[in-house]
Design a protein around this ligand. Sequence first.
Ligand SMILES: [Zn+2]
Length: 414
Amino acid sequence: MHINRERLLDRFLQYVKIGTTANPNTQDYPSSRGQWLLGELLVKQLRSMGIEDAEQDVHGLVWGTVPATCPGPVPTILLNAHLDTSPEAPGDHCKPEVIEPYSGGDIPLANGDKIELAHSPELASLVGKTLVVTDGKTLLGADDKAGVASIMEVANYLIERPNIPHGPIRILFTCDEEIGRGTRHFDLSKAGAIAGYTLDGGASGTIDVETFSADLATIKFYGHNTHPSVGKGKMVNAIKAASLFVASLPIDRLSPETTCNREGFLHPYVFHGSVSEASVQVLLRDFDTAKLADHADLLRQLAEDMQQGDKRLRIEIHIEEQYRNLGDKLREFPLAADLAEQAFRKLGRTSKRDAIRGGSDGSLMSHLGLPTPNLSVGQYNIHSTKEFACLDEMVQAVEHAVVLAELWAQQGRF
Ligand SMILES: [Zn+2]
């Protein structure tokens, strides 16, 4: 299979130069103008490939279809990537630099910083490959423009080769995934697909088949304020109560700092307070969805104990659902991950199934009715100015998606 790596790289470099940082401080959708601009460009490029139904909808989502090349009822699959980049690092004025080939060791960046091998051990297996880095002042945005560029190349490759048999391939570029709004305007019937794949992962050969299940707990503390001069016996300080509560959470277990692999946690991450009122937000995470209730019970027990200690204090706990383990749905429709695995085998590559210690748009799409595992696309050190991408792994992702499309046409008939 000959993937046009120059064209793939050109597109990737073009996309990362358009700043699309998601902005959590606005309710606009999408949350940044760059996402509109990148979306417009993608529609133009899809149309010039011959994808006539390419459109940017009223919410900024980009849709298009690579038409089927084989007759009869063949299942439709969907490929997805997100247009926005993380607000955790600056994203505007990205200056990508191509390292061709990477010869090993630390990678010096233009601003004097460096990507250290010691902190990025994956580099050891990427010697001889083509990498893309920034000047150290911004993130690269390979999360998820590596996915966007790879999907564009899949479309282009298949359009140029109508002799490759495949069913309809829906393309969907979503907005504001990084701030949890990626599926806000996802339309299942418009997708019209039997399975989906997010191309939003790291090292080659990984199929993410599980995510955390997630709830958000908001704990409110109501105290009593007086002038400090006359506080004796009257004042109840909500800040102190909230602080004691946070301090009473487990420290040596059930925290992000002390867990890994399949262990869940409770993670206090937002704290607001005054003497009369304070609130703490705690993320509850576990692969086992049922365990979220245990984590919530622990919070309730701690709150109960505190209130017993000072009856004047009032504590309220509110729990809201955020997302559920992708694996809960993929187990009901194993073909989505099975064919991804088969496609790797057909390419003579090893693959592994993995679990994301976080969420993905795929977990939300799966629970809306579209089973959607996540595939690797060569992103590394995401959400950071030391982010880098591996072009060779983007090429591999394109090859994998092409074979996957063929496999669905051969085996996915219902
Ligand atoms: Zn991403």
